[in-house]
Design a protein around this ligand. Structure first.
Ligand code: FA5
Length: 346
């Protein structure tokens, strides 16, 4: 029996040394240590030996079994390590290589400008509000002294919404300016009012370098007791200095908007040529930046404010036009053409 055990041990260990993958190891285990394996078969004969041989044969058999089992464990570990090493060698990652850079988002230049402008007004005690882009004719026109058929409607080319009331009127539209929020704000609160309202507007425009069919405006409204045109000038002067620099001059000229009286447009002296005249200011020395005026008494009366007691001023500006002036952008259509090369500059 000792000879048989020696043979099995030698053969098994030789085979084991040749094995190089985990699957073959299992086969080896079944062949030698399994229920019908070579060693198990020999050990099964121990019981039939004479009692004086049995003890020694049993001890030798167990020794061989332990040897084969520990050799299997060792070889398994060796092979696992070899496989792992091979895998590491093949799958090696150079962690020092630069990765693929992620595109980093940033704020759109219009939004940056809106934020800077509204911040300037917040610093002067204004609150920021927002309002609906699909608006009733009443708020966009009628409540602002522009009844149906009024020629002032021609100042704002309009996208009407496909909705008719029972009389066949089309009372809904995409708002053409943020001024309807003047009325909505006053309907919902008592004076004093001091708000700025940024938001998107829509006009049926033939687009060109300074006109888009969808653009932003920032509306401003202040109503209280004893507010005068001097407050309008002082506030807008302070705004212009905060946004365009300390040395700016401002100019007001009469303009017509049905919902203010008097109405003005406000210009700043051209920061490019200091008022001398250049391409940026069309050689005038001045750049127009917004419409403004004292809130019309009729608008105040319509929202239930007493125009004998309260006065106020309102203004409306286009942030894209202001961004164009500040950054020297020549065409407003660049803002919304989704050209990442343009947007990445800001
Ligand atoms: C108005 O819309 C008035 N609601 C402004 C106002 C408010 C006056 C309160 C008095 C009191 P206007 O149509 O001029 O005014 O537009 C105001 C600004 O919006 C313009 O100065 C311009 O900067 C911007 N804007 C107007 N139309 C366009 C357009 N098609 N594309 C880009 N910006 C525009």
């Amino acid at each position: 029996m000792q000879e048989q055990l020696d043979d099995i041990r030698r053969k098994a260990l030789d085979e084991l040394a040749q094995i190089s993958n985990v699957g073959d190891l299992d086969e080896w285990r079944v062949n030698h240590l399994g229920r019908n394996g070579s060693l198990t078969t020999v050990l099964r004969q121990v019981g039939s030996l004479a009692p004086d041989e049995r003890k020694e044969a049993g001890a030798n058999g167990n020794k061989t079994k332990t040897l084969l089992e520990t050799s299997l464990e060792k070889r398994t570990e060796e092979i696992t390590n070899l496989v792992l090493e091979e895998k590491l060698k093949n799958d090696r990652i150079d962690v020092t290589l630069p990765g693929t850079p992620l595109m980093q988002g940033r704020m759109h230049p219009t939004m940056q400008t809106i934020q800077e402008i509204t911040n300037a007004f917040v610093a002067m005690g204004f609150q920021i509000l927002e309002g609906p882009e699909v608006e009733w004719d009443y708020y966009n026109f009628e409540a602002l002294n522009i009844p149906p058929g009024h020629p002032a409607r021609d100042m704002w080319n309009t996208f009407w919404v496909d909705y008719e009331d029972k009389d066949g009127n089309r009372p809904m539209l995409l708002r053409t300016h943020t001024s309807p929020m003047q009325v909505r704000t006053m309907e919902n609160r008592e004076p004093p009012v001091r708000v700025v309202i940024p938001g998107r507007c829509y006009r049926y425009e033939a687009t060109d370098a300074t006109h888009e069919s969808s653009f932003f405006q920032i509306e401003g409204l202040t109503v209280g007791e004893g507010i005068t045109f001097a407050d309008l000038k002082g506030t807008l002067y302070e705004f212009a200095r905060r946004i365009f620099g300390m040395d700016r001059q401002i100019r007001f000229r009469c303009d017509y908007f049905p919902f203010v009286e008097p109405g003005v447009d406000m210009s700043i002296d051209c920061f490019n040529c200091q008022g001398k005249g250049c391409r940026v200011c069309s050689s005038t020395g001045w750049i127009e930046i917004m419409g403004a005026g004292m809130v019309h008494p009729e608008v105040l009366r319509r929202v239930g404010y007493d125009p004998e007691k309260y006065t106020g001023f309102a203004f409306g500006m286009g942030p894209e036009r202001i961004a164009m002036l500040r950054h020297g952008i020549e065409d407003i259509r660049l803002f919304y053409s989704n050209d990442i090369r343009f947007l990445q500059q800001f």
